[in-house]
Design a protein around this ligand. Structure first.
Ligand code: GBH
Length: 481
């Protein structure tokens, strides 16, 4: 199986990053703070007390990053724009920061000159801090949507003629659940009073998710009405989600819980976009805590994807819970486990407690999404792995990242099989990540890059083995035109 699988001639591949994770230069050229600058200052929130103040210093090293992409043979680069660099206070009546905007215009020009196709994410979790303070960020739908739309329009105007692939939001699940239920991500709101004095994890994530969907739909409308005819590009949202296998395949409740798990993680956002409504399983469990759709809002959201942006890393075993769901449950009344009833692990251990690779799960989820959403064009906008203990290895061993290389081989094989054997219309793939970078609450201890970044020595970049082999894998699969 797989030996005859291929990918189409126009298949686009490259690497992904996000602004706060790589840029640094947080006080430079008029950038305003985002909720992540604020969150990182709270003691105990980030491993090692780390912040994105310097990160990979990519704001000053765009040429080095482009050179790295060339070394890897990448055709494309997915990066995100920092909203508060472009509009430091964030709001629709607040001033634009020409230097911040110009930084990205220049970067896009430099990428194009190097023959690399830019994919731009407008929002990778970094709400301008002022909007959080002014009105609670995405908890306030009207304000947030209006401000996001203006920001999106400013960026489309500046770069629309050059950029043909737009992603509105990265992983709204993470902003909603980790930011407003678990409290592990900015702004850190939760019902757990040991972690935060404010927040209601039983209600806020559903409100925030709704706002993000409407903001996505409203930005897509602006793009389609004002730019698409002239610029000819496409726009979509990126959703995260892992594959689900039953903890006990003999137990119908566990089997059923697998679909419910994916519905709570992915269909929460994808069903409104492709089917015009929230999944029944969520309506049933959440009742009136799940916002209802006004005709105007759902009209914006339904049909708003030109492509499906898929971030994917791993698989889980799912065990149904039996009692009434907890008010703060966001998963669908089930347990998310890494081993099954027989005690078998879903995959080998990595540095990330949540991530154990299972490439077959990637193929199965591609098929699941393709079936449920009517065979959409899928862009894999992130896929990658950390490595157990990588940060503690001597440099020569760290650079020889066979585990990550094998992960990419297995996952790209699985994707090519999904395309060739299952009829999944997958058209792009971005590895996460071009660089080791600021891994959110895990700080710099967890590395995801195909490039080593030496944080002690002037953020020096050295490609690992995986940086060189991923292109070879694609060369084998992509049919010659
Ligand atoms: C991506 O999210 C992000 O887009 C990227 O910025 C990040 O660097 C990359 O992953 C690597 O982490 O057990 O409740 O803590 C991946 C999706 C979803 C994975 C939430 C971690 C934690 C679940 N993430 N998940 S929990």
């Amino acid at each position: 199986m797989g030996s005859t699988s291929t990918l189409p001639p126009d298949f686009l591949w490259g690497f992904a990053t996000a602004s706060y994770q790589i840029e640094g230069a947080v006080n430079e050229d008029g950038r305003g703070p985002s909720i992540w600058d604020t969150f990182c200052k709270i003691p105990g929130k980030i491993a090692g007390g780390a912040t994105g103040d310097v990160a990979c210093d990519s704001y000053h090293r765009t040429h080095e990053d482009i050179a790295l992409l060339k070394t890897c043979g990448a055709q494309a680069y997915r990066f995100s724009i920092s909203w508060s660099r472009v509009i430091p206070l964030g709001g629709r009546n607040d001033p634009i920061n020409p230097k911040g905007l110009q930084h990205y215009v220049k970067f896009v020009d430099d990428l194009l000159e190097a023959g690399i196709t830019p994919l731009i994410t407008l929002f990778h979790w970094d709400v301008p801090d002022e909007l959080e303070k002014r009105y609670g960020g995405p908890l306030n739908k009207e304000e947030f949507v209006a401000d996001f739309v203006r920001y999106a329009r400013v960026v489309f105007e500046a770069m629309g003629s050059k950029v043909k692939h737009w992603i509105t939001f990265n992983e709204p699940w993470c902003s909603s659940v980790l930011g407003y239920n678990v409290g592990q991500f900015a702004p850190g709101r939760t019902s757990d009073r040991t972690k935060s004095p404010v927040g209601d994890g039983s209600r806020e994530p559903w409100i925030v998710g709704h706002s993000l969907l409407v903001a996505h739909g409203a930005a897509v409308k602006v793009y389609r009405d004002e730019f698409k005819a002239r610029d000819g590009g496409e726009i979509g949202i990126t959703l995260n989600g892992d594959w689900a296998e039953p903890w006990d395949p003999e137990n119908p409740a566990d089997v059923e819980a697998c679909d419910r798990k994916i519905e709570f993680a992915i269909s929460w956002f994808a069903d409104p976009i492709y089917h015009g409504k929230y999944p029944d399983s969520m309506v049933k469990q959440l009742g009136d805590r799940l916002p209802t759709w006004s005709p105007e809002d759902i009209a914006l959201v339904h049909g708003s994807n030109d492509f499906y942006g898929m971030n994917h890393y791993c698989a889980n075993y799912i065990k149904a819970r039996t009692g009434e769901p907890d008010l703060n449950d966001t998963a669908g009344n089930l347990e998310i486990l890494l081993s099954n009833k027989k005690g078998e692990w879903v995959g080998p251990e990595t540095q990330s407690p949540w991530l154990r690779p299972s490439a077959i799960g990637f193929r199965k989820l591609l098929k699941w999404l393709s079936d449920r959403y009517g065979r959409p064009k899928i862009y894999v906008t992130e896929n990658g792995t950390s490595l157990k203990g990588e940060n503690d290895l001597p440099l020569d061993q760290l650079l020889d990242d066979e585990f990550r290389t094998q992960y990419f081989r297995d996952y790209i094989d699985a994707m090519a099989d999904a395309y060739t054997l299952d009829g999944v219309n997958v058209r792009a793939y971005m590895g996460w990540s071009l660089l080791d970078n600021f891994e959110w609450a895990e700080g710099y201890e967890t590395r995801f890059g195909v490039t080593y970044v030496d944080y002690e020595n002037d953020q020096k970049r050295i490609p690992k083995k995986s940086a060189k082999t991923i292109g070879e894998i694609f060369n084998r699969y992509i049919q010659k035109a």
